[in-house]
Design a protein around this ligand. Structure first.
Ligand code: EPZ
Length: 424
């Protein structure tokens, strides 16, 4: 079993290149199912989840070639060999359900395992299924699988008026991909506004789709006959960017983050500035320095453009070292405080009351052996390990490998004492 060992207490100083967005690359990769032409994707992060998506697409019939650098791929589906997304792949990565919309739209059928819950919540896909039914799909749930098909007499999906009861990123992505080659026009209301949605719409439009309004809560789609291939670059990862911005702040260091876009995480930048962190931005980089005390700032997670739920654990780690108290409220997932007992092992003073946690900051925390529970929780342990004197050992690091490309290397290059070790 592998673990990460950190000797903390050193302020980070240096430059960190940001990778492509995991949560943009995953839906973008499924677009290869919507065309039979050459589909090239660049700036794809080298992550475990990306490899899982590659395996899923290959068993559908995609041929996937790595191009000149390890972050560019050519994906091509000349013939679909299976319209089934099996349980063993879907349960590993929930984003596998994103093949549902493309398979239904292009091939008229799909059999996708229900993802099952994950550490942070039950995470149903009822809104996805309702949206696809609105586009004319027949959906049946059988033995843990979604069996979806387009009725023969209908031929292909048809446009419809989708109103999501509450905001869903994946639901918006599935609906947008399915509607892109449906017959007729579709309106999606209460759509998610995340930058990854806009990135997906931009790529679809370059493939010949007719989508407008992506990035707002009303998306309009005029269905087209078919889509061509494309050569597209994934947008920067805003969560990785925010995570390393907090790494600078929590170690009271100075970092320059490059190959990123500060406009993707304005809520996080604003919260950091209110807490006393100095931040300078340019169109492709962010400079973070800390010259003053970090004070407690209350945060509530919200859909984009609000403070992202995927930054909640990282913010909690920073607040654990602040001067003063902060209240953190998680409104998106029902079980996203599993990092709390692990952060408390560093000596952090955190109390959870339902959807909120009160954090009373302290500067005399110390490193400890801790357990990663989910992707973003695991990186909050890295952050506090970097900030506190003593040795931190983080077990179950496979969670980290799902979402942070070259984490140790990027941190080591800025002065962190961090390495991967084998434990029994
Ligand atoms: C995406 O998940 C991200 N994953 C998540 O990032 C992110 O936390 C989440 O959006 C919210 O921003 C990817 O993009 C691959 P949702 P998704 O559908 O699409 C409920 C990470 O760490 N819901 O917006 O699954 C759901 O249970 C991951 O990178 C329904 O009830 O999230 C949740 O409470 C974690 N029914 C809320 O909506 C549905 O049909 C938001 O879920 C769908 C969702």
């Amino acid at each position: 079993m592998q673990a990460i060992q950190i000797h903390g207490g050193t302020p980070l100083n240096g430059i960190i290149p940001i990778s492509g967005s995991k949560n943009a690359a995953l839906p973008l990769m499924t677009l290869c199912l919507l065309t039979n032409e050459r589909f090239v994707l660049r700036n794809v992060p080298d992550l475990a989840d990306i490899n899982t998506m590659k395996s899923l697409l290959e068993q559908h019939g995609a041929s996937i070639k790595t191009l000149e650098d390890k972050n560019s791929y050519e994906l091509k589906v000349e013939n679909l060999i299976s319209s089934e997304a099996p349980y063993d792949l879907v349960r590993k990565m929930r984003a596998s359900v994103l093949v549902l919309g493309p398979l239904l739209a292009k091939y008229g059928k799909a059999k996708v395992s229900l993802p099952g819950g994950c550490a942070i919540g039950t995470r149903p896909i009822d809104f996805h299924l309702k949206a696809l039914e609105t586009l004319g799909a027949e959906i049946n749930l059988k033995s843990g699988y979604v069996e979806a098909k387009v009725p023969k007499h209908q031929g292909r999906l048809r446009g419809g008026h989708i109103v999501f009861p509450s905001i869903t990123v994946g639901g918006t992505e599935n609906a947008m991909m399915a509607a892109s080659i449906a017959k007729g026009n579709t309106i999606i209301e209460n759509a998610a506004r995340e930058p990854e949605i806009l990135d997906l719409a931009n790529c679809l439009n370059l493939m010949g789709a007719k989508i407008s309004g992506a990035g707002s809560s009303v998306i309009r789609i005029e269905g087209v006959e078919g889509l061509s291939g494309v050569n597209y670059s994934v947008l920067p990862d805003r969560i990785e960017t925010g995570t390393y911005a907090i790494a600078a702040a929590i170690t009271r260091g100075n970092l320059k983050l490059i190959n990123t876009d500060p406009n993707l995480l304005e809520a996080v930048i604003t919260a950091l500035r209110i807490s006393g962190v100095d931040i300078e931005v340019s169109d492709r980089s962010i400079d973070i320095s800390t010259s003053r005390k970090i004070k407690g700032v209350d945060i509530q997670t919200e859909p984009y453009p609000g403070f992202p739920t995927d930054m909640q654990a990282q913010w909690m780690a920073l607040m654990a070292t602040a001067d003063g108290a902060a209240m953190l409220t998680e409104t998106i997932f029902e079980n996203r405080f599993m990092h709390v007992p692990e952060l408390v092992r560093f000596g952090a003073n955190i109390n959870v009351h339902g959807k909120s946690a009160i954090i009373r900051g302290s500067r005399d925390l110390s490193g400890a052996p801790v357990m990663a529970t989910d992707l973003r929780a695991s990186v909050s342990l890295v952050l506090l390990g970097l900030a506190t004197h003593g040795t931190t050992i983080i077990n179950r690091v496979y969670h980290l490998d799902r979402g942070y490309e070259g984490l140790e290397k990027k941190l080591e290059s800025c002065g962190a004492s961090i390495e991967r070790i084998s434990i029994k």
